[in-house]
Design a protein around this ligand. Structure first.
Ligand code: SF4
Length: 78
């Protein structure tokens, strides 16, 4: 599924909002890890994730700390 046709999606983590649930790390260990403070961090800018996986992981974050942006820097509603 290409839900933002033609755009490249950028994924970011708002560290201030991360509650260290580990959901993203458990679901996608190739794209997320914990930093030394046990907060989520991206591996290689989340390149291992498809657009659909980015959308799902953002929606599944319990603290809504994972946000997506389109090529123009606009936040994508999740
Ligand atoms: S799913 Fe959200 S709250 Fe949980 S570790 Fe990842 S970014 Fe943090």
């Amino acid at each position: 599924m290409c839900w933002i046709e033609g755009d490249r999606v950028r994924i970011e983590i708002n560290i201030d909002d991360c509650m260290s649930s580990g959901k993203c790390v458990a679901d996608h260990p190739s794209a997320f890890d914990f930093d030394e403070d046990e907060l989520a961090m991206l591996i290689d800018d989340g390149r291992a994730l498809s657009d659909e996986q980015m959308l799902r992981v953002a929606r599944n974050c319990p603290s809504r700390a994972i946000v997506l942006y389109d090529d123009d820097g606009n936040q994508i509603p999740t």
